[in-house]
Design a protein around this ligand. Structure first.
Ligand code: SAM
Length: 445
């Protein structure tokens, strides 16, 4: 927090509101050797400790310890720049006297804001700072993160976007123990008074060492912050779907191709000579067939044939039936009946290729998936995924979708296996962001 303060500039005065033993103030005194140091602490015993600490650190002559309620502290009459730094008390509303609840309402109203009687004491401290600090003052406070999401925190959120001049919020996971002994999520709020932000940075760390100088985080626009009911989720890395985009899965289901169980048996070859053409189905059986095809698969001739026999062979004419029986005897010898996949099928000989997918995609390679428009109605084995539109798409949308996916798909989002292979499961592919159909068509023209 003090490193952040140093990166903003040097203060003429440092105020530690609710200083306790003065942990923050002493560190600030070391970092800013010319600054006046002010500890404000209501508890006399704690005040005694900070006084002693300041004395042994050789800082007593530029320090003042005020034993008083920070909410009532007079902070004016100082010409220079003030840094507020510390860890305001976390006291629940039940322990806040009615007199101070009334103070909160009145003070908030004075700056045009509402306040809740359920607010914890740290909210009071934020308001006290925002309403007393002067332009150019700045600060970093660590509190529990609750105010980011609850109703009573609205006052702090409003202040953050206005007078307080919020810069960033760094959330700290409870495991990192921002407050030793308490399983609480912490939030460090940095601010520069009277500089209402157009964006504020949000970050989340699991280890204190990752806080750095509080200069990380992703920016979130003021409008989003103003209209959001809760803020803590802004600190999580979102899967960003830009405006006008949807997930591929909203347009198309993605299905892995069929597994034959034994390609040496079910991909046609010498062993299947004589089988009729209508059971020999042009099929994409190798990823490179899609990679080579370019954007459109428009020739089925080079594709291999998969033997796709019906469950029920009784409808075949006698000659065909005899050929099929001969083939099946051979297939059995080749192990086509015994493999796991065959045993799961209702008829072991029936591969049951899926319906042709209008778009095919590779999903496992050292390169991004290759998306191909399937003009020839080829089937696909499990080396490819098929994209099946969920509903009717306007003419040109699929070609535009393929063009878009070929331009933009990256290996991000898939899972990297040993050796650098990137694998996209169907559900992962469905999460790729793509433009909505209208935008796709616009992009294509
Ligand atoms: C969470 S502790 C922070 C202590 C210190 N900054 C630290 O990190 O060790 C809050 C301190 O605020 C003091 N305190 C509580 N209410 C106060 C008030 N209204 N005005 C001034 N100090 C207050 C408490 O006595 C306590 O020492």
């Amino acid at each position: 927090m003090l490193s952040w303060a140093e990166s903003v500039g040097e203060p003429d005065r440092v105020i530690d509101p609710g200083s306790g033993s003065g942990r923050f103030l002493l560190e600030a005194g070391r970092m800013f050797p010319r600054a006046r140091l002010v500890a404000i602490e209501r508890d006399p015993l704690a005040a005694l400790t900070v006084r002693a600490n300041l004395a042994v650190s050789g800082m007593a002559d530029r320090a003042v310890v005020r034993v008083e309620n920070f909410l009532a502290s007079e902070l004016g009459g100082f010409a220079g720049r003030t840094l507020f730094v510390g860890n305001p008390p976390y006291v629940r509303h039940h322990q806040v006297p009615a007199k101070w609840k009334a103070w909160l309402k009145t003070r908030a109203r004075e700056v045009g804001l509402g306040a809740s009687a359920l607010a914890g004491l740290h909210v009071y401290f934020f308001l006290a700072i925002a309403s007393r600090a002067r332009e150019g003052d700045y600060g970093a406070l660590v509190t529990a993160s609750e105010w980011l999401d609850v109703n009573y925190g609205q006052l702090v959120r409003d202040l953050f976007l206005a007078r307080l001049g919020g810069r960033a919020i760094h959330m700290i996971e409870p495991e990192a123990q921002p407050f030793p002994g308490a399983a609480t999520t912490g939030a460090i709020t940095t601010f520069t008074i009277n500089e209402p932000p157009s964006t504020a940075r949000f970050a989340r760390v699991g280890e204190l060492s990752r806080l750095g100088k509080l200069d990380g985080g992703r920016p979130v626009g003021r409008e989003r912050l103003r209209t959001a009911w809760r803020w803590s989720h802004f600190s999580r890395t979102p899967v960003d779907i830009p405006r006008g985009y949807i997930e591929l899965g909203e347009l198309c289901r993605v299905h892995r191709g069929q597994s034959t169980g034994a390609n040496r048996v079910w991909i046609a070859g010498e062993h299947s000579a004589g089988l009729p053409d209508d059971v020999l189905v042009p099929t994409v059986t190798r990823a490179r067939e899609l990679i080579r095809a370019g954007p459109v698969l428009d020739d089925a001739a080079p594709l291999r044939r998969v033997i796709d026999l019906p469950d029920d062979l009784s409808g075949l004419d006698e000659r065909t039936r005899a050929t099929v029986e001969r083939f099946l005897a051979l297939a059995e010898q080749m192990g086509g009946r015994d493999c796991y996949t065959a045993r799961q099928r209702s008829a072991w000989w029936s591969v049951r290729l899926r319906a042709p997918a209008p778009v095919l995609a590779t999903y496992m390679a050292r390169r991004p998936p290759a998306f191909v428009l399937n003009k020839v109605g080829a089937r696909h084995l499990n080396i490819a995924h098929g994209l099946y539109p969920r509903g009717e798409l306007a003419s040109g949308v699929l070609a535009a979708l393929v063009a878009y996916l070929r331009r933009s798909a990256s290996t991000e989002g898939g899972r990297v296996y040993a050796g650098g292979l990137t694998k996209f499961e169907p559900r992962e592919m469905e999460r790729i962001p793509v433009p909505e159909p209208a935008l796709l068509l616009e992009m294509a023209t």
